[in-house]
Design a protein around this ligand. Structure first.
Ligand SMILES: CC(C)(COP(=O)(O)OP(=O)(O)OC[C@H]1O[C@@H](n2cnc3c(N)ncnc32)[C@H](O)[C@@H]1OP(=O)(O)O)[C@@H](O)C(=O)NCCC(=O)NCCS
Length: 240
């Protein structure tokens, strides 16, 4: 198998080099967040980028056992599966309603940023299209958006995509039957657009961010070992 890569190389003395930088230097002088940025972008972040990227990863680190990925990881662990099987199950539970809306959200912001929000929402409402990055199953306000936008303003990454996302929020909530907050995918997605990230990285960035949370949840499930989890019989209705 022939592979061409610019990411990692092991030099003739056995030293790993990442995007031209010795791993030893990364270990000694840089943080994990800077190293993730280097892997994804091919260069170390500037100070404001580092702060923003760190905030993005931190904001999505965990959102409790009620989420689809949290529940699925825990159920899988409760059936006595390994750490890696339980994590993989959690990742596979991510979809466009949880954990993966960040990619379509970025796509939506990049594509429509120069359009009139009210007219766009009016047209999409008629077509019954759900806007990725908005709405939440249990929250009417997602505080993670406020936290991230505060850092975006401080670091200079509150740009046209964040402004557009805010105006989409306004337009959407004028016509919606239910309060639809800008959720973490919408906030992260709009900031990643203002940072110039490629859409293809979006889901990967969310997974990187959520991994510590899922590892912690699986570990807790294994340690507490409350037995196998299953739906309560009273929640199941048989309809032959
Ligand atoms: C997250 C989500 C699944 C939560 O759904 P929910 O709270 O159970 O909402 P419901 O499915 O009951 O929908 C309630 C109403 O709001 C509308 N709605 C919900 N989210 C919407 C969105 N993002 N854009 C437009 N309308 C939306 C529904 O069409 C429905 O309208 P109706 O009553 O006129 O038929 C939903 O908001 C959604 O699909 N969002 C987009 C994907 C996303 O951002 N996911 C990441 C979540 S963190």
């Amino acid at each position: 198998m022939k592979v061409q890569t610019s990411i990692t190389h092991i030099d003739k003395d056995g030293h790993p080099v990442i995007h031209g930088m010795a791993l030893a230097r990364l270990v000694r002088d840089h943080s994990f967040v800077e190293s993730i940025f280097l892997i994804l972008q091919g260069r170390l972040p500037e100070a404001p980028e580092q702060k923003m990227f760190d905030a993005l990863l931190t904001a999505a680190i965990d959102h409790g056992p009620g989420t689809a990925s949290g529940q699925t990881s825990r159920i899988t662990a409760s059936a006595k599966n390994s750490m890696h099987t339980s994590l993989a199950a959690g990742i596979l539970a991510m979809g466009e309603r949880h954990g993966s809306a960040i990619e379509p959200a970025m796509s939506f912001f990049y594509e429509h940023v120069h359009e009139d929000p009210a007219a766009l929402i009016g047209m999409l409402k008629e077509q019954k299209v759900r806007i990725p990055g908005f709405g939440h199953a249990v929250l009417t306000h997602d505080h993670r958006k406020d936290m991230l936008y505060a850092v975006a303003k401080e670091t200079g990454f509150y740009g046209k995509h964040c402004l557009f996302a805010e105006s989409i929020f306004e337009a959407l909530n004028k016509v919606s039957s239910k309060v639809l907050p800008m959720n973490v995918d919408g906030a992260m997605g709009s900031i990643l657009c203002d940072m110039g990230f490629d859409i293809k990285l979006a889901r990967g960035i969310f997974i990187i961010a959520r991994m510590p949370g899922l590892v912690g949840q699986v570990y807790e499930e294994m340690t507490n070992d409350v037995g196998i989890r299953r739906m309560a019989e009273e929640d199941i209705t048989y309809t032959p």
